[in-house]
Design a protein around this ligand. Structure first.
Ligand SMILES: C[S@@+](CC[C@H](N)C(=O)[O-])C[C@H]1O[C@@H](n2cnc3c(N)ncnc32)[C@H](O)[C@@H]1O
Length: 305
């Protein structure tokens, strides 16, 4: 489906009044994201100089010793490396996590259900969603914690720095890591304190168009197996992309390697969910809708198997 300007305006005048997916509780239509729309820059403008001297190869690229500070020029002028290769040796390392995480003060209540956003970029989506849910609690959804995973070290640091600035300390965390390496460990640690995985979102993941690069894509058979392990019945996975092949590939991988456990809300592979059931757009989504480009989406629900 192509979004017209009026559709975009509608989206910006949040939110979608009704969900087409059971389990998603959408925000009230009075919510506006317009105030934040132009604050977000897109990843495509980005470059980042990597510090190669003094790089400690015994530590992960996300360790403070190896992670350069984002340039503090304001969000629109920030410069970040556009892509990294998740299969590069250094990005195959585990990230450093406090042994007590998430019970180390990161979350005020680490036993709350968790919404985890994989490949969260600068974190605008989760920050906006968490703020909105605090202002307008969603009773059927209940209270949640929010966690973003981001592979680009300085982007992850940037997202983390925004938490306190938005007054969301204790509610959100961002972890710099390769989700394909650390997702299982992170979910295991989180659920240890009683919190369920309420929702996993994978939104506009890097497309890695070249055939030889497609193995760099985030939704792999192993990734799906990790979700099977940690996402309990009734909980959901939301995927969306502006690139049909990328959405189709994620969707087919989930069906092939988790089909016994996850039910696609839209059985026909040629059909997609028209509206964003969460109702808060990501930074990439804002730019996509702005250009009137199509978006492909679906939701999987864990079934009792
Ligand atoms: C195109 S951006 C989309 C960002 C955000 N989801 C949005 O919609 O605005 C994809 C993000 O996923 C991150 N990413 C790619 N592979 C990843 C991985 N294996 N683990 C964690 N993050 C990853 C990239 O660095 C990038 O920030």
């Amino acid at each position: 489906m192509r979004y017209s300007n009026s559709a975009l305006k509608l989206a910006l005048h949040f939110l979608v009044s009704k969900s087409v997916v059971t389990g998603f509780q959408l925000a009230p239509s009075s919510y506006h994201v317009l105030s934040n729309t132009r604050l977000f820059s897109t990843d495509s403008q980005s470059t980042e100089k990597e510090t190669t001297s003094n790089y400690d190869t015994t530590k992960s690229p996300w360790a403070p010793e190896n992670n350069m500070e984002p340039i503090k020029k304001g969000i629109n002028k920030s410069r970040f490396r556009q892509h990294v290769n998740p299969l590069a040796r250094k990005f195959q390392m585990e990230t450093e996590l406090d042994t007590e995480w998430p019970n180390d003060g990161t979350f005020s209540d680490p036993s709350l259900p968790l919404h985890i956003d994989v490949g969260c970029g600068k974190g605008g989506f989760l920050l906006e969603l968490a703020k909105h849910r605090l202002e307008t609690p969603n009773e059927s959804e209940g209270e949640r914690n929010y966690l973003g995973l981001e592979i680009r070290p300085s982007v992850a640091t940037f997202a983390k720095q925004r938490v306190a600035k938005r007054g969301l300390t204790g509610k959100i965390d961002f972890i710099g890591c390769n989700a394909n390496v650390d997702l299982d460990r992170i979910l295991k640690k989180y659920t240890k304190y009683g919190g369920e995985i309420a929702l996993v979102s994978i939104q506009y993941p890097d497309p890695h168009f070249k055939k030889s690069h497609q193995k760099r894509r985030v939704v792999t058979p192993e990734f799906v197996q990790t979700l099977v392990k940690h996402v309990k019945p009734g909980k959901q996975i939301f995927i969306q992309s502006d690139i049909k092949d990328v959405l189709d590939n994620m969707r087919e991988t989930i069906r092939e390697f988790g089909g016994e456990y996850f039910e696609d809300s839209i059985p026909n592979l040629e059909e997609y969910m028209e509206e964003n059931p969460i109702g808060v757009p990501t930074e990439r989504e804002i730019s996509v809708l702005d250009q009137d480009l199509p978006v492909y989406r679906t939701v999987f629900t864990r079934i009792d198997n």
